[in-house]
Design a protein around this ligand. Structure first.
Ligand code: UDP
Ligand code: MN
Length: 241
């Protein structure tokens, strides 16, 4: 009797969207009892995305969750926040108070062991994330089976200096915190979210053999938009010469 994992994926329209979601889908297809919440940064549900998601045969919910207009010109954008907020609202509206919530971006890389590890999360489980910033890793420091601190190359005054992919939350625990929220504050989404659910250090369940294993990586796909723009400019320059 496995509990359901609600895997929340923020995504946005760009050239890499279909390959990213395809790669991710073929990982998720190996996972039993998983509900995929795909929240697209777009003003409506794209039929092309529905067609793609339907083909995989994974139980899913497709949400349209555009980033508010006021952030479009910000130099540092709250990436994926409107998406995750929409997913949390959907879970609340459907009164889903059992199972496990995990925020899994469309470009990360997931070991299948991650899913069996987080499935029995009682309150909040945590584990290291590979390929984060300078140190190349971000994660809890564990002593005698308890989390006593964190290793992260950008602490920046955060109480919970962890990556979005480095924790999972039980939905029955979340239900006790109806004010759970994620701020539009780049860099501080995880910290404020974990504060909003009243997290305490002794509550954290370390996963992956006491956080010694890396089961998720913050991989990033090269964005070719800039290259394309440059090529286009070169093409226009050539024409005017
Ligand atoms: N994302 C989004 N809208 C955007 C930029 C990003 O919905 O304008 C999504 C993206 O698909 C990913 C998450 O938000 O799942 C985090 O974005 P990204 O991977 O670009 O950020 P990074 O991992 O570099 O912090
Ligand atoms: Mn990413």
């Amino acid at each position: 009797n496995l509990s359901t994992i609600y895997f929340v994926t923020p995504t946005y329209p760009r050239r890499e969207q279909v390959p990213e979601l395809t790669r991710l889908a073929y990982t998720l297809l190996h996972v039993p009892r998983l509900h995929w919440i795909v929240a697209n940064d777009h003003n409506a549900c794209n039929p092309y995305l529905d067609t793609l998601l339907n083909r995989f045969g994974i139980p899913y919910t497709h949400l349209a969750s555009p980033m508010p207009q006021r952030f479009h010109k910000a130099e540092s954008k709250p990436r994926g926040v409107a998406n995750r907020r929409a997913a949390m609202q959907w879970l609340r509206q459907h009164n889903i108070t059992t199972g496990v919530l995990y925020f899994g971006d469309d470009d990360n890389t997931y070991d299948l062991k991650l899913f069996s590890e987080i499935r029995d999360t009682k309150h909040v489980s945590m584990f290291p994330v590979g390929l984060i910033a300078n140190y190349g890793i971000s994660g809890p420091v564990v002593c005698k089976g308890k989390v006593i601190g964190f290793l992260d190359s950008w602490v920046a005054g955060r109480r919970w200096p962890v990556d979005m992919a480095g924790f999972a939350v039980s939905l029955s625990y979340m239900a006790e915190h109806p004010n759970a929220s994620m701020p539009y504050k780049p860099g501080y989404e995880e910290d404020y979210f974990l504060r909003s659910i009243g997290l305490t250090l002794d509550m954290i369940e370390p996963k992956g053999s006491n956080c010694t294993e890396i089961l998720v990586w913050h991989t990033q796909t090269k964005n070719h938009e800039r290259t394309m723009v440059k090529l286009n400019h070169e093409y226009l320059d050539d024409r005017s010469n």
